[in-house]
Structures are given as C-alpha cells and as structure tokens.
Design a protein around this ligand. Structure first.
Ligand code: ADP
Ligand code: MG
Length: 493
C-alpha cells in the first residue's frame, strides 16, 4: 500500500496547508506607542494617527515584537533570520484605512521551520513550516443585523501578528487539528502570546484541496478565522466533502476565501481569492530592515523557556503515560512552567501531582467555570499539600479536600498545616494515641481479634476500619495496620 492510500477519501487525495495568525503579547502596537491591551477597551479608544493611517503619519517598529518573533523561531524548530524587511500589501477594506497592510513578503523573519505533531491515535508526524512573518492586524468591522450601516473599530489595527505558514503537508482533519494544537502549545510555552483562542489570540486559516492524483494539487479554498481546534477539524471535513461533491458532479472548485458558520457547521463563500500579484507588494520605505546581530540572537535564545517536546521527554521518563502528559501540557492558558518543574522533581511528585491535576483541579475548574487560578498561589498550594502528605500528616483523601479548599480560597497561606488543622484534616500519627484506640477496638471486638490471631488475616481490615471510625477518619491507616498487627502477634506483610 502506498502512503497516500490511507489518506484517500471517496477516491480523492486531500491536501491541507494552514496559516496561523498569532497575536504577540506586546504592551504596545507594532508601529505605534498605543496600548495593545484592547480586550476590555471601548471601541476606537486605543488609536492614534498611525492606526488611522493619516497622511504623513510615520510608523516606528516595536522592538519587543521583533524579540518575541525571534523567540517564536526557536519554538518553530529554527532560528530567526538575520536580515528581514517589511513590505506593503495593498487591498481595500473599511477596516484598513491606509489602504495597505505593513507585512513581510520577500524576506520574512522566520524561514524553514519544522515541528513534530502528536495525533490522538498515538502516531507522530513532522510538518514543515514554510515561513513566519511579522505583520500588523487590521481593524474590525461589524455589521449589525437589520442596520443599513456597518461599524468599524480600529482598536485592533496595528496589533502585532506573527503569521505562521505551513507547507501543504497535512492530509486529514485529525492531522490539521494536531498541528493547530501543537502550534498553540509551542506559542504558549515560548511565552510570545496569550494564546487565548476564545479572544482571538490565535486564528487559523485552512487551505484545502482535493485531487484524484496524489502527485498534483487540486484548486484550494481558504476558510478563514477559525478560532478553535474543533472548528479547524470540522471546517476541513466539510470542505473535503464539498469539493469532492462538486468534482463528482462535473463542476469545478474555485479558488476563493470562505467563512465558517459555527452554528451550522458549514463553510460559505465570501470572496474570490487574490493571487500575490494582485496585492501590488513593494518594500515599505518607512520601516528600515530588521538586522539581528549575534548578541541579540544569543540573548533571545537564552531567554527561551523549556518547550513542550522537552517537557514531554521529562514527563515520559518519570513514568507518566501519553494522555496524562498531553493533559498536563495543555491544561491552563498560560504556560505552567514553574508547576511542571515541581511535577518533574521525581517519580513520586510526577505521579501524585498529575493525579491531583487530573482528579481534583481539572474537575474543580470545570465546576467553577471561569475561575482563574493564580499560578504562584497554585504552586504554593500544591507543594504545601505535598509536604503534609510526605510527612504522613495528611491522608490522600484529605489531601484532595485541602487542595480544593486552597484552590477555592485563592489565598497564599503562610501556614498550610494550620489551615489543615483548622479544617480537622490532619492525620493522627501519635503512636501512644493510636495504641489506645487499637486496644479499645480489640477489646470491643473479641471475635474478629481472635480470628486474626488464628491466622484469618482478612479480619484485620474490619478492625482497622473500626479504628478509623472511632478516630473520625483521622488515624493514619498505615500506622494503624502496623500497631494492630503487632498487638495481635501477626507479622507485617
Ligand atoms: P495566501 O496568503 O495567498 O493564502 P500563502 O502562501 O500565505 O498564500 O499561504 C498558502 C497556504 O496554502 C500555505 O499554508 C500552503 O501550504 C497552502 N496551500 C498552497 N497550495 C495548496 C493546495 N493546493 N492545497 C492545500 N493547501 C495549499
Ligand atoms: Mg492566506
């Protein structure tokens, strides 16, 4: 069987390439000193003459955006280009007042990357990144239903974007979804973006074509502005089938831009697609080229955090399974790097912390929709609870209860042990106290005690249960076992 065969759908070979726009988390816009933190701002309040594109306005490049783009290069498996430059891309649209977008066309800041993607079926694949370039975002138009006017908000105009373009090497919606997820993880761990998909910090454009002959490409459609992994997957499946239907009916696929209707799970035509020459690109005379020297390159490289693949290796080595590892990496919008350092101390921390994340914190966050857990507070909570468990002061059950209290309160407690004591969660470890309870349980239950002495060890569980009951669950069960065995003259297991 040829490799292509497994990808064929109804006799056609699907091909997918993805463009992803990543909003870089700079304080100010790409070419002006206006704030880039537009999420909660009223429309048209974060704008100046540059965002408006007023005649004579002179843009000035934001160095921080260049630094973040350079970091992203490492996260895309390559290094930043030493020389790159800006070009003007012309098109006419109400949310682009100056009539062109400043972008990088001929010489982008990133070329020839590659990343490994991890599919849900457990397989892996390497995908080549053609390029990634810096550009400014446009404003935003809204079209109120029923109104005979449209509204333009320029707060987003000039937001720095990194557009990451993949080679057309993906062949299923599952591969595309895994690719989108991997980009999201890498941008998150590189610390270059807030990566909040819901707020449009990353948007995916999927290019899809189908062809009977795997050695030639069909005509592609481009479905723009997908902002969830699920919509990437669904839009591609829809497009593959739509295009095959067309071809089967003897019609042609047209090169066009399409939009995604999330409520109807379908794509719709928006406009026919320009080719590059229609944009009349030419070098932007206002922005000098970017030239990166050795010091800059070394500096940015040294600032890079640990990236997902390295975390994967460390977590696998400590015995965690694939699914747990992916859950840990994906969980939380911001990169939980300090937290992962806590987890990866040794096999025991890996096992216990990941168990708490999956069985306590994730259900907690689900239940308390929208709760934001401060990373520092969370790390303190986890390590505080872990210390109490290690000292035998907390049962595993009470550990989860305490963790929930800590996550809920969101306070940095100086003394977590005191908090546990206040909630009556501390385990009774005192030998003399435990011996007293054990003895009274033995006295109250002569029959099971006798059975144990006669070698019927099953009855130990019953007696230990009685001790737990009379200590109101606070006795350390392992200690109780030990004392019980000693008292009844049977050896430890
Ligand atoms: P544009 O901005 O005009 O869409 P780009 O070069 O920026 O052009 O992006 C093209 C994207 O489309 C890339 O991700 C590329 O891999 C993908 N692509 C190109 N040709 C095809 C095709 N025939 N089928 C699917 N994807 C394609
Ligand atoms: Mg495009």
């Amino acid at each position: 069987m040829k490799v292509e065969d497994k990808y064929m759908v109804r006799g056609y070979y699907p091909t997918i390439g993805i463009e992803c726009h990543v909003q870089l988390k700079t304080k100010t816009k790409l070419f002006s000193s206006v704030s880039n933190e537009a999420r909660d701002a009223l429309p048209n309040t974060l704008i100046n003459h540059i965002c408006y594109g007023l005649p004579g306005a002179l843009p000035k490049l934001n160095g921080e955006a260049v630094r973040l783009a350079a970091k992203a290069a490492y996260a895309l498996g390559t290094e930043p280009q030493r020389f790159s430059k800006f070009d003007r891309k012309h098109y006419f649209y109400p949310d682009l007042p100056k009539g062109y977008q400043i972008s990088q066309f001929e010489q982008p800041i990133i070329l020839d990357g590659k990343i490994t993607i991890y599919l849900e079926d457990g397989t892996e694949k390497t995908v080549a990144i053609t390029r990634a370039h810096l550009e400014e975002d446009a404003g935003k138009s809204t079209h109120p239903t029923g109104a005979d006017y449209s509204l333009v908000d320029l707060n987003r105009a000039g937001t720095p974007l990194l557009e990451i373009v993949s080679e057309p090497e993906l062949h299923t919606s599952a591969e595309a979804k895994a690719y989108a997820k991997e980009l999201w993880l890498r941008m998150k761990y590189a610390g270059v973006s807030d990566v909040d998909l819901y707020h449009g910090n990353m948007r995916f454009d999927v290019n899809v074509s189908v062809s009977k002959d795997p050695s030639t490409f069909g005509t592609r459609s481009e479905t723009k502005n997908l902002n969830s992994f699920r919509s990437v997957e669904k839009a591609i499946d829809y497009e593959i089938n739509r295009q095959i239907d067309l071809l089967e009916q003897g019609e042609k696929v047209v090169q066009e831009t399409r939009g995604w209707l999330d409520d109807q799970l379908k794509t719709v035509s928006q406009r026919s697609k320009e080719d590059a020459h229609d944009y009349r690109y030419f070098p932007d005379p206002d922005i000098p080229p970017i030239v990166l020297d050795d010091d800059f390159i070394e500096q940015t490289k040294s600032e890079i955090f640990t990236l997902p693949d390295e975390w994967r290796q460390r977590l696998f080595k400590l015995g965690l399974d694939k699914q747990t590892v992916e859950t840990l990496l994906e969980f939380q919008v911001e990169a939980p790097t300090d937290f992962l350092s806590l987890i990866t101390q040794d096999e025991k921390t890996a096992k216990i912390y990941s168990n708490w994340v999956i069985n306590t914190e994730i259900p907690f966050v689900r239940e308390h929709q929208g709760v934001i857990i401060n990373e520092q507070t969370r790390n303190n909570a986890y390590s505080g609870v872990y210390t109490l468990v290690s000292n035998g002061k907390l049962s595993s059950n009470n550990a989860k209860i305490l963790l929930e209290i800590l996550l809920e309160n969101q306070v940095d407690y100086k003394d977590i042990e005191q908090l546990a004591a206040d909630h009556n969660l501390i385990q009774e470890n005192d030998t003399a106290t435990l011996e007293l309870i054990v003895d009274s349980v033995i006295a109250d239950n002569p029959k099971p005690a006798e059975d144990v002495r006669n070698g019927e060890l099953k009855a130990i569980g019953f007696l230990v249960g009685k001790v737990m009951q009379s200590s109101k669950g606070k006795a350390n069960p392992a200690e109780v076992q030990k004392i019980m065995r000693k008292r009844l003259g049977v050896s430890d297991e």
